[in-house]
Ligand binder design. Structure first.
Ligand code: GDP
Ligand code: IMO
Ligand code: MG
Length: 424
């Protein structure tokens, strides 16, 4: 059965969790391949909400394997908290079905300290607005080749040694550059130790698990986190996260061949949101933006921050199509637009006197563009009960058709409410 990759096409929070949960019904295994607990993926089943930060969004379906790939950065305390919260709901979180790659890098308390210290030292306008979860510093250690990997938890001596070594450098920075208290290696070890024995039974070979699932004829579902415009290479650098969020990383971040990625689903919010700093061409500062924020309940699922809102940006989406190769679009939160008289779609940018169809590649270039809009009529009908294309008002259908035309990709899924069932 064809494997599926789900990715965010904008700046995250497009509704990936909801769609992954829905598609997981047909999967044998669901894999996270990048990011960490900076992600907040919301699932609503029969009116009950569940927010996942680390564990794949297929976990609510009994019997499905949930895999955390090598490309993820894992905070062991958050992993254990999430296991406990799910177990409380009666969900099986045994090592029979959950696996963490031995190659997954581990977020340590000093990564969070560095993340927060770095952000605090930045002046307004320069702050990335990170989630403060230690994501960037953990990926830095990985690239610097001094990171701690989940597999190291099976060797306490090595773990202790690596903590001591890492702190030699971190403490110089914390103390002398950021004016923070140095961190004691023994204290870090003591804080981590309770999670060591809990994590070890989950360690495994995720790459082989994917291969096995496919060899048995099962489908593997790859769950992206963040969004394309937060990608470390292709996003609005430096206002990005520290991993590759594009679909190519589904292969390297989990340990499979790019040829294993068959169907690619772009999650597209029917408008645009962004949380944290950085340029956002179609951002609204008027009643339309407030309407989207309110109707869409646009607050971050991880940090609770208000999400910035704006019109759908096809320049952003066009770039996502080029970078990720989606076979279909899943349009989410279409219901949120009900009640707006007119809808705008940003179809191009004016930049340095020229009209451009893709985001500028100069640092912070997007901050200097002027969006070019096309206007479509809105609709008033409540569409939260729609179960088919035919249930949508004409203007909602035209809005979707225009997205298909402008992106060149067919709409395969439409979501009209947070519940698993509100999808067709
Ligand atoms: P993710 O990070 O991409 O998984 O998205 P988040 O969970 O951070 O944010 C999406 C929010 O929108 C969550 O609160 C979802 O419950 C909600 N949501 C998802 N799809 C829909 C939809 O079609 N309509 C409405 N009204 N809410 C939705
Ligand atoms: P999901 O998977 C939206 C943003 C942060 C910040 C920037 C860098 O739920 O879509 P980081 O902590 O990663 O170093 O922060 O990236 N960010 C997200 N925004 N959704 C996310 O994840 C995000 N993960 C990180 O707000 O601007
Ligand atoms: Mg989210």
């Amino acid at each position: 059965m064809a494997n599926i990759v789900v990715f965010g096409s904008q700046w995250g929070d497009e509704g990936k969790g909801k769609i992954v949960d829905m598609l997981a019904e047909k999967a044998s295994a669901i894999v996270r391949f990048q990011g960490g607990n900076n992600a907040g993926h919301t699932l609503v089943v029969n009116g009950e909400q569940c927010i996942l930060h680390l564990i794949p969004s297929g976990v609510l379906h009994a019997g499905k394997k949930c895999l955390i790939g090598n490309g993820v950065v894992l905070d062991p305390a958050v992993f254990c908290e999430e296991l406990d919260a799910l177990a409380k709901r009666g969900i099986d979180v045994s090592s029979e079905r959950l696996m963490v790659s031995k190659k997954t890098h581990v977020i340590m308390p000093y990564h969070c300290a560095m993340d927060v210290a770095r952000e605090s030292a930045k002046s307004d306008g320069k702050k990335i607005g990170t989630t403060g979860r230690g994501i960037g510093p953990c990926y830095e250690d990985k690239m610097h080749r001094c990171g701690i990997r989940a597999g190291d938890f099976a060797n306490k001596e090595l773990l202790r040694e690596k903590i001591e070594k890492a702190l030699e450098e971190k403490n110089v920075l914390l103390k002398h550059l950021y004016g923070e208290d140095p961190i004691d290696a023994q204290a870090v070890y003591d804080k981590i130790e309770p999670y060591v024995d809990r994590l070890v039974p989950y360690l495994g070979d995720v790459s082989s698990a994917i291969q096995e699932a496919n060899e048995k004829g099962g489908m593997v579902l790859f769950e992206g986190a963040q969004g394309t415009h937060l990608d470390i290479d292709h996003g609005t650098y430096p206002f990005v996260t520290s991993s590759n969020t594009v679909t190519a990383n589904a292969a390297s971040g989990s340990g499979c061949s790019p040829r294993a990625l068959d169907r690619i689903v772009a999650i597209v919010k029917a408008y645009t949101t962004r949380v944290g700093g950085g340029p956002f061409a179609s951002e609204l500062f008027d009643e339309n933006g407030d309407y989207m924020q309110r109707q869409g309940g646009e607050f971050g699922a991880t940090t609770g921050r208000k999400r910035r809102c704006g019109w759908l940006d096809m320049v952003v989406l066009r770039e996502s199509v080029r970078l990720n190769g989606p076979t279909e679009l899943a349009i989410t939160k279409l219901d949120v637009l009900s009640g707006l008289k007119e809808l705008k779609i940003c179809v191009a940018y004016k930049y340095n006197g020229k009209e451009i169809l893709y985001p500028p590649q100069e640092q912070n270039g997007m901050a200097y563009v002027e969006p070019v809009y096309e206007t479509l009529p809105g609709w008033d009908d409540d569409i939260t009960g729609a179960q088919s294309w035919d249930d949508l008002p004409d203007n909602a259908r035209d809005y979707l058709k225009r997205i298909e035309e402008l992106s060149g990709v067919p709409v395969g899924l439409v979501s009209v409410g947070p519940d698993r069932a509100q999808t067709f």
